[in-house]
Design a protein around this ligand. Structure first.
Ligand SMILES: Cc1cc2nc3c(=O)[nH]c(=O)nc-3n(C[C@H](O)[C@H](O)[C@H](O)COP(=O)(O)O)c2cc1C
Length: 198
């Protein structure tokens, strides 16, 4: 039985088009893989603290004491153990919402999600073979240097040892000239197709 970790960073909740697209993908994936257990982390609901000085201090103290089993490291251990990872996050300010960055900082823990070998080279420790970012954007940015969300996640996949990164997106949703329903319908078709191969 495989487990899929769904990271929900859709700040607008049920009004979010990104969440709608993610649910479409997850429903199709579940139908295709009925044995997969999907676990959701809703970042707006759990509100992890940013790594303010006292948070970082506590984390360092626990880490230095070798207490990687402490609740503070639960998100990192959960991320490291997932077979598949899906992140849903809207495009904000050329990247993604800060709640996702806070989560990524929280899961980036040496000896849990990544580490170093005897030569000092970084090695990924995550089990997942694929990570999918699902996003929607107001304008058209895919493939441009202004789009900073996918490059960051792609790079982190290298650090975590996750060999495949994919992105499912819908763009131009805030451009008044565009047919939003048609753009979303096309993205949903791509979501269904991706669920077959992810
Ligand atoms: C705080 C904020 C920042 C945004 N920044 C951008 C941006 O930099 N570029 C862009 O094309 N759209 C931007 N948008 C528009 C969203 O990407 C777009 O509306 C998206 O579909 C929202 O996803 P959602 O429906 O899942 O919330 C921004 C929206 C918000 C609320």
């Amino acid at each position: 039985m495989e487990n899929l970790l769904f990271i929900n960073a859709c700040v607008r909740g049920e009004r979010s088009r990104t969440l709608r697209l993610a649910r479409r993908f997850l429903d199709a994936y579940q139908a295709r893989h009925p044995d997969t257990v999907i676990t959701e982390r809703n970042l707006c609901a759990e509100r992890l603290q940013p790594q303010y000085p006292e948070v970082l201090e506590e984390r360092d103290a626990l880490w230095n004491a070798g207490r990687l089993d402490q609740p503070m490291f639960d998100p990192a251990r959960q991320f490291a153990a997932a077979d598949r990872i899906v992140i849903a996050a809207p495009f904000w300010d050329l990247c993604f919402p800060a709640i996702l960055k806070i989560y990524l900082e929280r899961i980036s823990v040496t000896d849990i999600t990544f580490g170093y070998d005897e030569q000092g080279a970084m090695v990924g420790l995550c089990r997942a073979s694929k990570l999918l970012l699902i996003t929607t954007r107001g304008g058209n940015y895919a493939g441009t240097e202004l789009e900073m969300g996918t490059p960051l996640l792609k790079a982190l996949c290298v650090m975590y040892g996750i060999p495949q990164f994919a992105c499912l997106d819908a763009e131009g949703l805030d451009d008044v000239r565009n047919d939003k329903a048609a753009i979303l319908a096309d993205a949903e078709r791509r979501a269904d197709a991706l669920a077959e191969e992810f």
